[in-house]
Design a protein around this ligand. Sequence first.
Ligand code: DX5
Ligand code: ZN
Length: 218
Amino acid sequence: MNPIVAPSILSCDFAYVARDVEMINQSAADWIHVDVMDGVFVPNISFGLPVVEAMKRHSKKPLDVHLMMVQPERYLKHFRDAGADHISIHIEACTHIHIAVQEIHKLGAKAGVAINPGTSVSALEDIIRDIDIVCFMSVNPGWGGQGFIETSIEKIGRVKELILRTGSKAVIEVDGGVKLDNAARIYQAGADVLVSGSGVFGHPDPIAAIQTIKSLTR
Ligand code: DX5
Ligand code: ZN
């Protein structure tokens, strides 16, 4: 079995978004990971709806949209209309996560729940059966290019246990600090989806970097 690979477009050159989306089209990547930051839930602001819509026009791969924003429930339909195929929302940012997950499904998208490094796996206990993706943050959200938090390895194992125990169909998407030199270890720990931003776009040959991650086996 090989991982699902989702390059993070946050690390692209925003003056050449279409070119960089086209690179992902040509690669072995499965999804394009799209980080939306509101400047409130996280200090940084990345981009919003018109940019997601522009990426969608060029992308041949599903858009895996990660909303790092407060009250994401206000914008689910907007992001779906802009072309999001998957929508992940933070458990720390959404009061009625169960309603929001149902809403994402009603809109016809896959539903993900993201958890920060400081959030306990047990927070997922009562939502895990209802979701398609656990967006597991292995850095504190807000920026690309941060170092992988090592305690994530053991925590990924606990998410896996929860999934097996509850019969959930959710995949574990590890997001943050995934690079060629640690991807194998993270995959072995139980990740199903590997997001990589700077690890792909900071590599001299991004297509080869994506292929290397895609070729991992378990
Ligand atoms: C962090 C974002 C990540 C980021 C990953 O806030 O959610 O998706 O783009 O970038 P790297 O792989 O550079 O850590
Ligand atoms: Zn992300």
